[in-house]
Design a protein around this ligand. Structure first.
Ligand code: OAD
Length: 245
């Protein structure tokens, strides 16, 4: 049992696995393919420059798929943690927006959000949940230039402010929960290792081992929506038990 009395600052890092039980395919699983394309071939500035229609067709398909999904009990557990813990930071690599939909108030989205689009000329952003899109590729209503998904593609930098906030939180936390990520994509994969170097307690929630597994203090080797609510419930009981005593 963790002693939350001494664990003041809690950070959670999530990846595609937390949304798996909502029906969103993970990236590196066998269901990640679309029309025989690997995500790495489509989620790049080069692919967009070459064939914006193809890239948008993929995103339109993904938006449709994600739009039909609901947050699961793991997303909801993190909402409860945010409400109850005084210093809580949620960092996600996911672009599906399910943390917001569940009710999380503050989410550091490292890789952007699939429901947002950005004008390739003016940089202006707009958000909608239209699916399917009426026009592919979509264009800026203001200037007519192509819109692109406001997500981070391979070879692009992460949004600087979000990344800075994520590193600051990871450097200063007492406990980090790493949920549903293969922990291979940088710079997100560095966050738990950096935290560990600073003495942070690491808990991994993932049915499969990852490169991080050797470094964690506790491994919960089960699907997140099954194990996280129970685990959090046990922590809460121990908090309540110790404050009553
Ligand atoms: P991956 O698809 O690489 O990894 C998903 C992880 O979730 C795997 O380790 C699975 O074992 C685990 N998993 C599967 N089902 C689970 C469940 N029910 N509960 C808990 N864990 C489960 O996804 P990410 O690590 O998120 O980047 O991928 C990182 C980044 O790679 C993505 O954000 C995306 C991709 O390229 C960009 O698009 C920039």
């Amino acid at each position: 049992m963790l002693d939350f009395g001494h664990l003041q600052r809690v950070v959670v890092l999530t990846g595609a696995g937390i949304s798996a039980e909502s029906g969103v395919p993970t990236f590196r699983g066998h269901r990640g393919l679309w029309r025989q394309h690997r995500p790495e071939e489509l989620a790049t500035p080069e692919a967009f420059a070459r064939d914006p229609k193809l890239v948008w067709e993929w995103y339109d398909w993904r938006r449709g798929l994600i739009g039909a999904c609901q947050p699961n009990s793991a997303h909801r557990t993190l909402v409860d943690m945010e409400t109850r813990l005084p210093d809580f930071t949620l960092i996600t690599q996911n672009v599906d927006g399910l943390h917001h939909l569940a009710g999380s108030q503050r989410v550091l989205e490292l890789h952007g959000n699939i429901w947002r689009m950005r004008c390739t000329r003016e940089g202006t952003k707009q958000e909608d949940r239209l699916t399917p899109l009426p026009e592919i590729p979509p264009r800026c209503a203001n200037c007519g230039a192509l819109l692109r998904p406001d997500v981070v593609w391979f070879g692009e930098s992460l949004p600087a402010e979000v990344l800075e906030a994520a590193f600051a939180a990871a450097a200063a936390c007492d406990l980090m929960l790493v949920i549903g990520t293969s922990a291979v994509v940088q710079p997100a994969a560095t966050l738990p290792l950096m935290a560990k170097q600073n003495g942070t307690l690491l808990v991994e929630v993932n049915p499969q081992p990852t490169p991080l597994s050797d470094y964690v203090d506790l491994s919960l080797r089960q699907p997140a929506a099954q194990v996280l609510p129970q685990w959090w419930q046990r922590q809460m009981e121990s908090i309540n038990g110790s404050s009553a005593g």
